[in-house]
Design a protein. Structure first.
Length: 344
């Protein structure tokens, strides 16, 4: 898992830095660069809560997303981008003094989804900011943000949590070290991992069931598995997809691409990241570098595919990611990538 574990010291230092800037400039934008897998809404609200109010009860309202001083800038239902109208609404709301709390906070959990028009409108607000308003932007890379916005933002980089800390939580529940490392590897964020910490589950049985169901699943079912919210089914589905493509089941590429092209591009981006992580694990296996978990399908794949081919496929995955972000036709991009996997 690549998630964020906050600490009181970090929040305190962040708050003091932002407020110091606010004393000078009237408002400030802070850009938090977060690793893949973080629950951005939850962590963004935690950041905002300490800035909006010192009252613990009111902070709970911020964490629930219902505090009047919290303005969350997100795409409208059915949209993948934040349009200029959403930014204009924030500008109007930010003109008024907060009726509850010390200041208002505009939280943009996926700043990379701002359209160019929305980003430019936001820039104008940062140049002449309303009083008592702070902006909190979350993104993965600085390159996702308009350079002029970046130049007006305090940049904070978060590191992924120590795997040993996460492993200690899992072993405390009763999982073996190997099971714990497997769960850390296949989960995306804290929310997914929390399920296994809250209730101890039979990991061996869940993995066997996922392997069995994906090894013989029809293309439609397998395509659904690789983007599943169930981390074990998702991971085993991706391994089975690669295994079956390499064995020559090219129908999976054609049907899978058609089905996956119908889902949101965000889900496809996540799938591409998962494929990249599996590719890295295959590279480690080929180089005899220890992998955090043992898997018979992974071992079989690494024995059949040369490292040069895996490296080439990793480049294809990155090119596919860029094509998706460039709004290329999803079905064409996915078909090209899955056919490339079949040639490994």
């Amino acid at each position: 898992m690549r998630a964020l574990l906050h600490c009181a010291t970090l929040l305190y230092v962040m708050q003091k830095a932002i407020l110091a800037d606010q004393e000078v400039h009237g408002a400030v934008s802070s850009l938090f660069l977060v690793p893949r897998g973080i629950d951005r809404i939850r962590e963004g609200r935690r950041l905002a809560a300490s800035l909006i109010t010192d009252n613990l009860k009111e902070q709970q309202l911020v964490l629930r997303g219902v505090h009047p001083a919290l303005m969350e800038l997100v795409p409208l239902p059915g949209k993948e981008k934040i349009g200029i109208d959403r930014v204009r609404a924030v500008i109007r709301g930010g003109q008024f003094t907060p009726v509850q709390g010390k200041r208002k906070a505009c939280l943009i959990t996926h700043a990379e989804t701002l359209t160019s028009e929305a980003a430019n409108a936001l820039l104008k607000v940062l140049e002449e900011p309303p009083r008592d308003l702070v902006f909190l932007l979350l993104a993965k890379y600085t390159g996702d943000i308009l350079p002029t916005i970046l130049s007006r933002s305090r940049v904070v980089r978060f590191k992924p949590p120590s795997q040993e800390i996460l492993l200690a939580k899992l072993t405390a529940v009763g999982y073996s070290e190997e099971e714990g490392r497997y769960l850390i590897a296949v989960t995306h964020d804290e929310e997914e991992l929390d399920r296994f910490i809250a209730t101890r589950e039979d990991i061996a049985t869940l993995r066997t069931q996922a392997k069995t169901s994906t090894r013989t699943a029809i293309a439609e079912v397998l395509a659904t598995a690789v983007i599943s919210r169930d981390p074990i089914l998702r991971h085993e589905g991706i391994l089975s997809l690669l295994d079956r493509l390499i064995k020559g089941e090219m129908e999976l590429a054609v049907v899978g691409a058609r089905i996956l092209a119908k889902v949101e591009s965000k889900a496809i981006t996540t799938l591409l990241e998962d494929l990249m992580h599996v590719s890295f694990d295959l590279i480690r296996k080929n180089l005899s570098v220890p992998v955090s978990y043992q898997d018979e399908t992974l071992i079989s794949l690494s024995a059949r595919v040369k490292i040069k081919e895996i490296l080439r496929f990793s480049e294809y995955i990155e090119r596919a990611r860029q094509a998706v972000e460039g709004h290329s036709p999803l079905e064409a991009v996915l078909l090209w990538l899955l056919l490339a996997a079949g040639r490994l």
